[in-house]
Design a binder for this molecule. Structure first.
Ligand SMILES: [Cu+2]
Length: 326
């Protein structure tokens, strides 16, 4: 019986060895936000182990010390209280919860994905006047679209950013919920249709990192991956130039084709995108004839106005002049 168990354990060992090949990217991040998140994981795990390790050790120790065959151990069935033990079992968790609570409160604010970055790394504040790189992210079925509105670049399943420049992501989805996740850069942020989420992050080390959806979204999900390239400023300029040379502008018609479900898409590059595209995807009106969500309000009166506006898109809306006719 014992030998059988030993062999079962031995059979499981190669499975653990297989894990040794995994790159623990969350523990070895390349950006300041992900580094702080890693430190938070380590701190929380360490604080937890302060309880877990002594409890497991003492459980084994007591089972061994007070075993039936040990006649030298005290036998005291009337024992019921020890102020010392009470102090220890209440004070230790209380101290841990106070430390964890304080750290959680502080990092909930400092690591808020919606908060513009105050620093690039410890002791390296963002210089005054540095504007974050704007990137609009659309999770499609089943690929990622990245639009750089200031640079006139759009890409599919690949994005790049210069090292040590804050990045401001605006994130949405075309049909179902996904989650934008570059583990080397920062924690995941949901990509939801009809909504816009945000992420502020920075990459500190040049490299080629993995990005994917961290929220299952259907048949093509496993191929919904992209490369995130951290590049030097010069390499980034070259990447931008190459992307611009890579193809024509992403028009509304191109987007509607791209939006259709497809799996394992190759990298594609465009010389920019329709400037209203992201806003219209968020407002669920990228396709002709759809009424933009932000033009509707919750009152019946405004609904009526929205219908009127859909019939005549040029009327009343101050943005109508900027918007291409639906
Ligand atoms: Cu949840």
């Amino acid at each position: 019986m014992k030998i059988g168990r030993f062999f079962r354990g031995a059979a499981a060992a190669p499975l653990l060895l297989g894990l040794a090949g995994c790159k623990m990217v969350v523990m070895d991040p390349a950006g300041d936000i992900a580094v702080q998140q890693r430190d938070l994981i380590l701190l929380a795990t360490g604080l937890m182990l302060l309880i877990i390790v002594p409890v497991i050790a003492l459980t084994l120790f007591f089972a061994w010390k007070y075993r039936a065959s040990n006649l030298k151990a005290d036998y005291d069935p009337e024992w019921h209280h020890s102020t010392k033990i009470e102090m220890a079992v209440w004070a230790a968790p209380l101290a841990i919860i106070m430390i964890l609570g304080t750290v959680t409160w502080i990092t909930s604010h400092t690591l808020d994905p919606y908060r513009p970055l105050p620093r690039l790394a410890p002791n390296r504040p963002v210089a005054a006047g540095v504007k974050p790189l704007q990137v609009e992210v659309v999770a499609l079925d089943w690929k990622w679209l990245f639009i750089y509105p200031e640079l006139g670049v759009a890409t599919v399943n690949e994005m790049a950013a210069p090292v040590d420049r804050p990045i401001a992501f605006k994130i949405t989805a075309s049909s179902v919920m996904n989650s934008f996740y570059v583990p080397a850069l920062a924690g995941q942020v949901y990509a939801m249709p009809g909504m816009q989420t945000q992420l502020h992050a920075v990459v500190n080390k040049a490299g080629d990192y993995e990005g994917f959806s961290a929220n299952y979204s259907g048949a093509g999900f496993s191929g919904m991956k992209f490369r995130f390239k951290g590049l030097s400023e010069a390499d980034f300029q070259r990447w931008v130039a190459a992307a611009k040379a890579g193809g024509p502008q992403l028009t509304r018609a191109d987007y509607l084709k791209l939006e259709k479900p497809s799996a394992d898409e190759p990298v594609r590059r465009f010389a920019g995108a329709d400037p209203n595209l992201f806003l219209d995807v968020v407002n669920r009106c990228a396709a002709p004839g759809q009424v933009c969500k932000d033009r509707m309000t919750h009152t019946a009166q405004a609904d009526a106005a929205a219908v009127a506006q859909a019939r005549n898109p040029q009327c009343a809306d101050p943005r109508a002049a900027k918007r291409p006719a639906l």
